[in-house]
Design a protein around this ligand. Structure first.
Ligand SMILES: [Zn+2]
Length: 209
């Protein structure tokens, strides 16, 4: 735990976020990648603005009316208009001047609770997980709030791939800032993505997600 906290402090710039009800998947991903992310579902716009201001969190929303209030009140925030998850996360990182996203178990947070995960030994988690999982893995992590246990299964490979795809998009945005500036102005020409294979795997398994 201490190591994880030290690692967080060692990050040059680690913004914290407040995510509105419409962006639950983004909130989970930001937590997995180690960003302190508050996700509030049943909260008024006024309360969201107040929390973002008080806690100095970047308020992320898909709601144009809320975004207008973000600008009016001088709160730090972003309007995410894309339905493409990779594009949205790349946009957030670019706007926060974070050139590269890395998946690192040392800073990963529980996707449900936003708590930094604690390193656990196989002996600590034996009895709570199927025998084959304990036998075939050596690195385990636990959320000390909800108790959920994570391990470095195939999802780590998926998350690293996701980070790679996001980083490619960040590079694209950085190479042409006009692309970044035009995102907010884009109309919703594409249909929403109903199925994201990475997300689906995340949702259906209990390993690192
Ligand atoms: Zn948890």
């Amino acid at each position: 735990m201490r190591n994880a906290e030290q690692k967080h402090k060692a990050r040059k710039y680690s913004p914290s976020f407040l995510v509105d009800a419409m962006l639950g998947n983004i909130a989970r991903k930001l937590r997995i990648f180690g960003y302190d992310t508050l996700y509030l579902k049943d909260t008024s716009d006024t309360s969201l603005l107040g929390i973002a201001m008080r806690e100095k969190r970047v308020l992320l929303t898909r709601d144009k009316e809320l975004f207008r209030r973000i600008i009016k009140d001088g709160v730090e925030g972003m309007l995410l208009e894309q339905y493409d998850e990779i594009g949205n996360i790349a946009y957030i990182m670019s706007k926060c001047k974070i050139p590269r996203l890395c998946f690192d178990t040392g800073v990963a947070r529980c996707s449900s609770c936003n708590i930094i995960l604690t390193i656990r030994r196989a002996i600590d988690v034996a009895g709570f997980l199927p025998v084959n999982i304990v036998k075939n893995n050596s690195n385990f992590f636990q959320c000390m709030n909800c108790g959920r246990i994570y391990w470095e299964g195939k999802h780590v490979t998926c998350l690293k791939l996701l980070a790679k795809r996001i980083n490619s998009r960040i590079e694209k945005y950085e190479a042409d800032p006009n692309v970044l500036n035009s995102i907010i102005l884009n109309k919703r020409l594409k249909s929403p993505q109903k199925h994201n294979p990475l997300l689906s795997q995340d949702e259906q398994n209990s390993s690192l997600r």
